[in-house]
Write a protein that binds this ligand. Structure first.
Ligand code: CU
Length: 143
């Protein structure tokens, strides 16, 4: 009896550990701006952290991009620039926005057209990932 009880208890452990560390981030308002095949497409969205643990976006990928990078736009001595970043923090019970002029996704080699919906996988620091479907708009953004 005792042996069976121990095995059952151990089997529960991974589930308990997972529940304690799972990212509880809701992704909203996702969309992609597509210009031309040889111009990287920008990806924008809002991440809402519903938990009391800080979360971190650590990467992204999409079958519609040869690579999908995390970027941050900044102003360096009056010149607008963008730099790759390794992560974007999402504070506990807070949110992080990927927007024009701030953190954003950069889709290199975009294979899409306005009107499409592309799948974007967002990877988080706790090892979880989330797939969202993002509508593709043209230069003017949402119609
Ligand atoms: Cu960029």
């Amino acid at each position: 009896m005792r042996g069976i009880f121990l095995v059952a208890w151990l089997a529960l452990l991974p589930g308990v550990a997972l529940a304690g560390s799972a990212t509880d981030v809701t992704v909203q308002q996702q969309w992609v701006r597509y210009l031309l095949p040889n111009i990287p497409a920008g990806g924008y969205l809002v991440m809402v952290n519903n938990s009391n643990m800080p979360a971190t976006l650590t990467g992204a990928s999409s079958p519609a991009c040869s690579s999908l990078m995390l970027h941050e736009s900044m102003n360096m001595g009056g010149t607008a620039m963008m730099m790759p970043v390794t992560s974007v923090p999402v504070p506990a019970h807070g949110q992080a926005e990927l927007v024009e002029g701030g953190y954003h996704l950069m889709c290199m080699g975009p294979k899409m057209k306005p009107g499409d919906k592309i799948a974007i996988t967002l990877d988080f620091g706790d090892g979880t990932s989330e797939v969202v479907s993002a509508p593709v708009y043209g230069a003017m953004g949402a119609p």
